[in-house]
Write a protein that binds this ligand. Structure first.
Ligand SMILES: [Zn+2]
Length: 292
């Protein structure tokens, strides 16, 4: 059996998956606020011990987390759980858990989960993206994760979409993430004079009620999504594109995204499906388990 752990900024979630992909155990805790890095690794060890006691078997362990993992040192970078940055999380957890573990970016876990037994199960080349607080992507070919030479394959969130766009923490401007994340959608709405008290779900609700500024922002969002995905289609031409993260649950973005993708991709008959993740928020833990 395989344990998958999704290490997020607000919670740590873990499941045991059997060979048929059925969840045999599930547990979660709030990500420790105090105690820093050591408290987080200890919490993961506790979750693993809890699940193994439940299933009475020693499991493989995969971990998914936001941020990037250095291909040279294995240390975490760019994580919004900042105490992880610069720390050799994989080595430390291997020592703590007494076995080799596998660690991947959360968008890679989404792609793997959906390719193995989710919305992309019948497809060979799968590109999956998280549209949430941040934006990331992952690539799976014939059910195997393709990490790339620098382990950045699929890091589409930091392609430049608008060179005059908002500043990004990565040092560039107008990255896909600055326009297609939840905060990016809200910032676009505010920039065009929208209500400054609305968060992304409230903005979507306002658009549905016909509030014109919110509707225009959501329309621009879909247009940008399709244009940003056209770059992926022109290079990789994947069999399917899977969307995960909070904004992937907004049906309105799909039709506009498909229209814009068809307009921008270098083909007169763009048929690439864009679909929501079948496992929804569970894609992170499931994909982490599938790292083995
Ligand atoms: Zn960036």
């Amino acid at each position: 059996m395989r344990i998958g752990v999704d290490l997020g900024g607000s919670k740590i979630e873990a499941v045991v998956l059997d060979d048929a992909g059925i969840i045999r155990g599930h547990t979660r805790v709030a990500t420790p606020r105090a105690g820093g890095y050591e408290a987080i690794t200890a919490a993961i060890a506790t979750l693993v011990a809890h699940l193994e006691a439940q299933v009475q078997i020693r499991c493989t362990i995969g971990i998914g987390t936001p941020g990037a993992i250095s291909h040279t040192t294995g240390a975490i970078k760019n994580s919004n759980t900042t105490c992880l940055n610069g720390r050799p999380l994989q080595q430390d957890l291997e020592q703590l858990l007494g076995r080799p573990i596998r660690l991947e970016n959360d968008a890679n876990c989404l792609a793997l989960s959906e390719a193995r037994d989710g919305a992309a199960r019948d497809h060979g080349c799968v590109f999956a993206v998280i549209l949430g607080t941040g934006v990331g992507g992952g690539l799976v070919i014939n059910k195997t994760l393709w990490s790339g030479r620098q382990r950045i394959a699929g890091e589409w969130g930091h392609n430049t979409l608008d060179p005059q766009g908002p500043d990004c923490y990565c040092g560039h401007r107008g990255c896909v993430e600055t326009l297609l994340s939840g905060p990016g959608l809200v910032a676009d709405y505010q920039k065009h004079g929208g209500d400054r008290t609305l968060d992304a779900p409230a903005l979507v609700a306002a658009a549905r009620k016909g509030e014109p500024l919110a509707a225009a922002s959501l329309h621009r969002y879909g247009e940008r999504l399709g244009r940003a995905l056209s770059v992926v289609v022109n290079i990789l031409d994947p069999d399917i594109i899977v969307l995960g993260g909070g904004l992937s649950t907004v049906p309105e973005i799909y039709a506009q995204g498909r229209r814009a993708l068809a307009a921008w991709a270098f083909t007169d008959d763009c048929v690439t499906p864009i679909v929501p993740a079948a496992h929804g928020p569970a894609s992170g833990v499931r994909g982490a388990a599938h790292l083995w």
